[in-house]
Write a protein that binds this ligand. Structure first.
Ligand SMILES: [Zn+2]
Length: 571
């Protein structure tokens, strides 16, 4: 269960160190001398493991690189290159190394790879005629020594600035683990800071945007926090607590995430949270951890200290009654928050609670259809069907449906499927019946989320079917308009002598781009893609002989509308 790590202190250094090396909430131990830092720079982080991000817990450490690209990236341990990946968004260029100690390290947003690895990626792209690739390698193909340069740091993929994203994963389960538990520490004497707390009156009802909340301001510094308005809180019945807290370290001004959170009532631990390790297919459960309605409405991050029953992420090593505290006597209680960073720096906040005996519970208040979080749920009326597979709801739901007026250009009414303030873990099945006048355009139909655009769709059995990842307002549109291609430095008859590359942009109005294909004289060419600028670029290589050539660029959207651009050029 809970293991106390870092408590081995000897002799006279005890008095000094014991204030630094606090007990850490950790389920198991990890090798702390195997791995080296992947960069030669003094270790400094722009992002911590488990930090709160939209739709996910951050899966690694973001090492700072002086706002520059091009630092050599070293193998953290000997082993072999087990996977290479190029993604337009996400990790950009990424290298995975598997090590004999049972762990896999991941290096992402790389600028470029070592020449042998780059050639391997290039060949795979050529063979599969695709810029985005993701493939595994055998242990004998690219063995690496500890410290070997495998790549150079960059800013590729969905990266907000130059840095190295670094992960340590369990090679068997692929769970990602906090790299700072492997001895890769970052200088840190700064305790977490607490900016507010929230109190939720749960009373046995599912958590939702309707749960009564009370926000309380917090003051303090250097590990000691208190209510801005010191008071004894009067509470009764089932209560959940929440907190807003961040952490910083000694090496940067970046606001990172905390390591652990503990809630104690009268000195008894009733809830713990710690970012030790988690599985990628559970990371969306961040929306069960935070106060999701508040996040959607105000972008405010509140970390709930109670667990929703449908959350399956492994970040809660110890809790009683899912962290929900039942105040049902008339005594004075103390509630303590203990917030730590991975270095053990600790911040605390104490509350005084005057409990009172709850009055009778309110009767069942369900007004829509009750959906149970641990079952398959269905709703249907004439024009709409909704199915939510098990594992997608974090709590029971008072499911609601409403029909709204038809949008201009839509082929159905707008259907309000519950509320965008309730998160879904992966997706649900949505079927909408189109207007009869859709006719032959049915195969061009998609379902549109009024706030987020197309969620895709296929026409089948008289319905358009899709798998949206969020509740909201949905209607049907058709996409008959092909993508628009904008050549950036070529036109028909161009002389491209001395030009190193050809660039394009392409854009689709509704369903989104499914594929790009470019050829010169009928031969496939690789288009490098940039996530931020959306520019597609062919870089000339020595396969293009001097002379006259024909370039063709074909872009297809998700509904198979095709645009074609052709130009002759000399080079
Ligand atoms: Zn990262």
């Amino acid at each position: 269960m809970i293991k106390k790590a870092g408590a081995i202190l000897l002799g006279c250094v005890c008095l000094v160190l014991s204030t630094l090396a606090q007990d850490r909430i950790q389920s198991r131990s990890y090798p702390t001398t195997d791995f080296r830092y992947p960069l030669d720079l003094p270790p400094s982080t722009a992002g911590s493991f488990g930090e709160l991000r939209a739709m996910h817990f951050h899966s690694g450490l973001d090492f700072k690189t002086n706002q520059r690209t091009g630092y050599p990236v070293h193998a953290a341990l000997y082993g072999y290159v087990s996977r290479l990946r190029v993604q337009l968004g996400g990790f950009g260029n990424a290298v995975y190394l598997t090590h004999p100690n049972g762990y896999t390290t991941v290096y992402a947003h790389l600028d470029h790879l070592s020449p042998e690895l780059a050639a391997t990626v290039r060949k795979y792209q050529q063979d599969h005629q695709s810029f985005e690739v993701d493939f595994k390698l055998q242990p004998f193909e690219f063995p690496v020594t500890k410290g070997q340069v495998i790549a150079w740091s960059g800013n590729t993929g969905a990266s907000g600035g130059p840095h190295l994203h670094f992960e340590i994963r369990d090679s068997t389960t692929e769970e990602t683990i906090n790299p700072q538990l492997f001895g890769l520490s970052i200088p840190d004497r700064v305790p977490p800071s607490i900016s507010g707390i929230t109190i939720y009156q749960l009373n046995g009802h599912p958590f939702s945007e309707h749960t009564p909340r009370q926000y309380l301001g917090v003051a303090g510094a250097n590990g000691n926090y208190h209510l801005s308005n010191p008071q004894t809180l009067s509470l009764s019945g089932d209560i959940g607590f929440g907190i807003s807290a961040i952490d910083q370290n000694s090496t940067s001004v970046n606001r990172n995430g905390i390591y652990s959170l503990e809630l104690k009532v009268d000195d008894r631990t009733v809830y713990t949270f710690s970012v030790e390790r988690f599985a990628f297919d559970k990371t969306h459960a961040i929306n069960a951890y935070i106060d999701y309605p508040q996040f959607v409405l105000s972008r405010r991050w509140i970390q709930k200290c109670f667990i929703l029953p449908g959350s399956q992420i492994t970040l809660y090593p110890q809790s009683e009654n899912r962290g929900i505290i039942s105040f049902k006597d008339s005594l004075l209680h103390t509630v303590q928050y203990v917030v730590k960073d991975v270095a053990g720096n600790t911040s605390t906040l104490n509350l005084k609670v005057q409990a009172s005996i709850p009055k009778d519970r309110p009767v069942n208040t369900v007004t829509g259809t009750l959906f149970k979080y641990n079952q398959r749920n269905e709703y249907s009326n004439g024009p709409v069907k909704v199915t939510i597979p098990p594992g997608n709801l974090y709590d029971d739901l008072d499911f609601t449906y409403a029909v709204l007026p038809q949008m201009p250009g839509a082929y159905s009414a707008t259907h309000r499927i519950h509320s965008r303030l309730t998160p879904i873990h992966e997706n649900f099945d949505l079927w909408i019946k189109p207007d009869a006048n859709i006719g032959a355009l049915a195969n061009k139909a998609v379902i549109v989320n009024a706030l987020a655009g197309s969620v895709g769709g296929i026409y089948q059995d008289g319905y358009v079917k899709a798998k949206p990842a969020a509740f909201g307002d949905f209607y049907i549109k058709v996409d008959t308009i092909p993508p628009v291609i904008t050549p950036l430095n070529i036109r028909d008859g161009s002389n491209l002598a001395g030009v190193s590359s050809i660039s394009f942009k392409a854009h689709d109005n509704l369903s989104g781009i499914k594929s790009y294909r470019a050829t010169i004289d009928g031969q496939w060419i690789l288009l490098q893609q940039d996530y931020r600028t959306r520019i597609l670029k062919y870089i000339f290589d020595n396969t293009i002989q001097p002379g006259r050539h024909t370039l063709e660029f074909v872009v297809t959207d998700q509904k198979d509308n095709v645009s074609r651009y052709t130009a002759e050029f000399n080079r």
